[in-house]
Design a protein around this ligand. Structure first.
Ligand SMILES: NC(=O)c1ccc[n+]([C@@H]2O[C@H](COP(=O)([O-])OP(=O)(O)OC[C@H]3O[C@@H](n4cnc5c(N)ncnc54)[C@H](OP(=O)(O)O)[C@@H]3O)[C@@H](O)[C@H]2O)c1
Length: 293
């Protein structure tokens, strides 16, 4: 029997891509539930026969109705970072409601090595959600997504303008993954018929230091780019001087601290195990987007 699959945050970039993967793979539209805070954004999916329901993790009452009838549920982490701790409350509401609604298996988008000690300021949201999922009694697949390759758009355009990339990551290494690969993997995990529990870390194929990322980008884009290593305080100060609110600068700098401390120093074959495909290399990403730098 075809299982009913539910995707939260379905109007977001990841959620929308996951729903399209499920449809493309032939999963019947009527057995896909897409939830969102704003159903008007999903009229295109409703037109295809996908069951579109309103749900916000801030309102646990709405979630039981929204999740009713789902066998497997993809919980996409929210982008709520303005109030520390709020995101964990949202996710915990979603996990508890999924268990109450009878969901058998939950898939969650986490981050690499989120255990206590991770320097990323919002890592406790992900670790706390993972713990709530493990305690819930549902089967689970936790997808620890490494930072998207597309996140490099946050720094590289300005870096190419000035010719300098500032970092406090030192020689720490990271293996960015394509956003599209995260969507592919999430769709595969959701549509799987296995109820085994897994904690998987999704990475690109290779690790790079910041200097190596800059050298690769520079060679493909054809513009010079030098790397300047700063202290964390200098990096925060520089971002604030360029107009970033200090709390946001601290979050971004915590990514560099985590890289320097080895928190992203991991490459796995988990993406290939889930999808049967190779993840997109960073080089291919730069080749695709080089005209934008
Ligand atoms: N690995 C990385 O590098 C990286 C980078 C950025 C973000 N992320 C994480 O990955 C998630 C998905 O990425 P994306 O590219 O799809 O981001 P996105 O397009 O910004 O989507 C954010 C998602 O959060 C959902 N959301 C926000 N508040 C919510 C609430 N109160 N209740 C229910 N859902 C809520 C939104 O759902 P609706 O609008 O449909 O309600 C939307 O799907 C992000 O939210 C973030 O946690 C990871």
């Amino acid at each position: 029997m075809t299982e009913t699959l539910l995707v939260t945050g379905a109007s977001g970039k990841l959620g929308r891509a996951v729903v399209h993967h499920l449809l493309d793979a032939g999963h019947p539209a009527g057995t896909i539930i897409a939830t969102t805070r704003d159903v008007t954004k999903l009229s295109d999916l409703a037109d295809k026969g996908v069951v579109v329901r309103p749900a916000t993790f801030d309102d646990p009452q709405s979630l039981l109705t929204a999740f009713a009838g789902a066998d497997r549920l993809l919980l996409i982490s929210t982008d709520e970072l303005s109030t520390p701790g709020k995101r964990l409350v949202q996710h915990t509401n979603a996990v508890e409601s999924a268990a109450k609604a009878g969901v058998k298996h939950i898939v969650y988008t986490s981050m690499p090595k989120p255990e206590p000690g991770n320097a990323v300021l919002f890592a406790p949201d992900h670790y706390g959600t993972e713990q709530a999922i493990i305690a819930s009694g549902m089967g689970y697949t936790i997808l620890r997504n490494t930072w998207y390759q597309e996140n490099l758009f946050l720094v590289l355009p300005d870096a190419f303008k000035s010719g300098t990339l500032y970092t406090s990551a030192g020689d720490g290494r990271i293996s960015h993954i394509a956003h599209a690969d995260c969507a592919k993997a999430a769709a595969a995990a959701l549509a799987s018929t296995s109820n085994e529990n897994h904690i998987l870390t999704l990475t690109g194929p290779e690790l790079f230091t910041t200097a190596e990322i800059a050298a690769l980008a520079s060679s493909i884009v054809g513009k010079p780019l030098s790397v300047v290593n700063l202290t964390d305080e200098q990096l925060i100060g520089g971002m604030v001087a360029h107009g970033l609110p200090e709390p946001v600068a601290k979050v971004f700098t915590s990514f560099d601290i985590n890289t320097r401390q080895g928190g992203f120093d991991i490459v796995t074959g988990d993406f290939e195990m889930l999808t049967g495909e190779k993840p997109r290399p960073l080089k291919a990403f730069f080749e695709q987007v080089k005209s934008q730098f």
